[in-house]
Design a protein around this ligand. Structure first.
Ligand code: 13P
Length: 254
């Protein structure tokens, strides 16, 4: 059985003290209340990473993620953060290719592919985000767009390396809008993504790779989304900032 995963993407929210407070609420609640085999990843802003890794140290359910990294190893890149730096504070997962990075920072598939390589090079796992805009869906191009994103970012990887990737399908129109994909829409796309992985990397890998859904996941809709056969959990933005809501979503994946 492939791994169920629920990841929190805090985006650019919290300050130092409020972030640590939120983390100190979430981590014990997961330990006390979540009995199922769900892997929880929390990707807070960079300022929290070191303290968060100490707080989570040795935790078997909750792991540390980062929201981004640069694609060069090191050097004169003012303001950027390297994969090596993230690994050095205990980060295990890095979100790459988020639509907000594509939109506000002009990240294209070539940049994203280089970032994935850096993440893997430093023995972390990538959470690779893909997903279409509303216009693309309305033009019935959503599958074509997602296929291109998957092919460009992942098809150059070896079989061994692609197994270190978690795919997050995040339709852009569902992110932060309160309009989630329906379970049918999510299932259709997840099954399609899995079929692309199967064609390229074979059945075993396609069966094992976790494909999680992101876009307005809440405690109310999580169960119906996560019950779809090809939806292996979620990537949660807004609702991950409220400890009780996030823990409910984690439980819905169990
Ligand atoms: P929301 O859950 O706020 O819609 O954000 C989803 C997301 O972008 C997670 O990466």
């Amino acid at each position: 059985m492939r791994q169920k995963i629920v990841a929190a993407n805090w985006k650019m929210n919290t300050h130092y003290m409020s972030g640590i407070k939120l983390l100190s609420e979430i981590v014990p609640m997961i330990g006390d209340e979540v009995t199922a085999d769900v892997k929880v990843i929390i990707a807070p802003p960079f300022i929290h990473l070191y303290s968060a890794s100490q707080l989570m140290n040795g935790n078997r359910k909750v792991f540390l993620g980062a929201q981004n990294c640069f694609y060069e190893e090191k050097g004169p890149y003012t303001g950027e953060i390297s994969a090596a730096m993230l690994a050095s504070v205990g980060v295990k997962y890095v979100i790459v290719g988020h639509s907000e990075r594509r939109k506000f920072f002009n990240e294209d598939d070539a940049i994203i592919s280089k970032k994935i390589l850096q993440v893997l090079e430093h023995n972390m796992q990538g959470i690779y985000c893909c997903g279409e805009t509303l216009e693309q869906r309305e033009a019935r191009k959503h599958k074509e767009i997602v296929a291109k994103q998957i092919e460009t970012a992942l098809f150059g990887l070896s079989k061994e390396r692609v197994q270190k990737i978690i795919i997050a399908y995040e339709p852009v129109w569902a992110i932060g809008t309160g309009v989630n994909a329906t379970p049918e829409q999510a299932q259709e796309m997840h099954a399609y993504i899995r079929s692309l992985i199967e064609k390229k990397f074979g059945e075993n890998i396609s069966k094992e790779i976790s494909i999680i859904y992101g876009g307005s996941v809440t405690p109310n809709n999580a169960k119906s989304l996560f019950s779809c056969p090809d939806v292996d959990g979620g990537l949660v933005g807004g609702a991950s900032l409220i400890a009780r809501d996030f823990v409910s979503i984690v439980k819905a994946a169990g």
